[in-house]
Design a binder for this molecule. Sequence first.
Ligand code: ADP
Ligand code: ASP
Ligand code: MG
Length: 469
Amino acid sequence: MPLLIMKFGGTSVADADAIARVAAIIMDQQAEGDSIVAVVSAMSGVTDMLTSGVRAAATGSDAVCRDVAEEILHRTREAADKLIPASAAERRSVVTAAEELLASYVAVCRSVHVLAEATPRVLDRATSCGELLVADLLAAHLCTMGASSQVVNPAEVIVTDDTFQNALPLPVETAEHCARHLAPLIAQGVIPVIGGFIGATVDGVTTTLGRGGSDFSAAVLGQALAADEVWIWTDVDGVMSADPRLVKDARVIPVLSYVEVGELAYFGAAVLHPRTIRPLVDGRIPLRIKNTFRPQASGTRIEPEANPAPGTVKAVTNIQGLSMVTVEGRGMLGVPGIAARTFEAVARCKANVLMISQASSEQSICFVIPAHDVACVCGKLEEEFALEISRREIDRVGALDGVGVVTALGAGMRGIAGVAGRLFTALAQYGVNIIAIAQGSSECSVSIVVTEEDGESAVRAIHEEVMRR
Ligand code: ADP
Ligand code: ASP
Ligand code: MG
């Protein structure tokens, strides 16, 4: 029997109606002859609320977490009342489990309040309850509808390292745990329901895979179980040519390759967590993005290989909140090791470098990092190059704040000289000033640094002038 991992995002499980829709999708697919593993997000807004409760506790108020717990409990109870008949024992057990989880959330927040500090480890513990609540609701509702379903604790199947807030699953250990806890259920025709976003270290300490990480959970389970496909169900018809909130006539892209969608997610398209592709590559597991609210729409299919239409840009993305750091000076010309030392210094701050551009004269290296890392990075660079700066070989380590990166992408851009020209003409027509450019090494993307204020115009310019023609 083909095995599908189906992941449902926050809006897809936002309330009782949405969860009922999800159950219907799962049961219809099972009726087609597939085995299903369901992965769920927290109800939309819940992870944000849980996080704000912990942060407020750390900075002095222990009242916020109580309000948060009360509101989430209310939403859960309301959903349970609609999804599970009063006569079923599951209704009471789902509500009791929710009460216990949220009481433990409040207890964790209280300790945060006392210590006046929310460590990444505590944040993971506190924010992980949102997905567990939805898993309980969905599994109980599936049983009510006559399916055979069981909740599986993600901490028992997804084994991760201890990078709290951004944990990385360990594939071998995860596969072993999945073989033990999931495979027997699947073989018996049971639909396992698992909270996404969450894992646990080898020692059993709760971790999370980073915001938006449920997509990644689904892919990790797909790899561990050698699934036939992974389907991400969300609130839009698929991956679109631009963020639909920004560009009204953005279109659904029917097919994309792993590399294309990887770049798209990396450069800020919120529709998919950037790490989702990696676990699928070795097993060449196809991925689909579909709309829970319009399951009949075919969505986006993501396949191992690209099928490029020459000269075409398929999508444009925009990331904000960045800074561009420049290291420059005449003394850098031809001196080996400057780039290596630059990026070693950056690595000491654990900053994520989004793009790099070096002037051909070799007199400057510039790169883009999240704005919150800029103080650390500039400090480390000044330390690293103190000698060169004192000798005036390096003139300056400077940062330009308030920039964004707009990326145009599509495998058809490879080797087509005219594309960059068309991009720049479009930006000039919209009055967008280009600060720096870089081509991705996969050659299927061109990234352009612009000011944050210009970001949206740049996206519209490229969508309008380059992609519609
Ligand atoms: P979920 O809760 O289902 O994981 P997300 O909010 O994480 O949903 O991702 C879906 C949202 O991503 C869409 O509602 C859309 O507004 C946004 N989005 C941004 N860029 C794109 C894009 N290129 N294609 C599709 N959706 C996008
Ligand atoms: N609930 C988590 C978040 O909001 C994970 C997810 O939705 O994928 O980040
Ligand atoms: Mg998401």
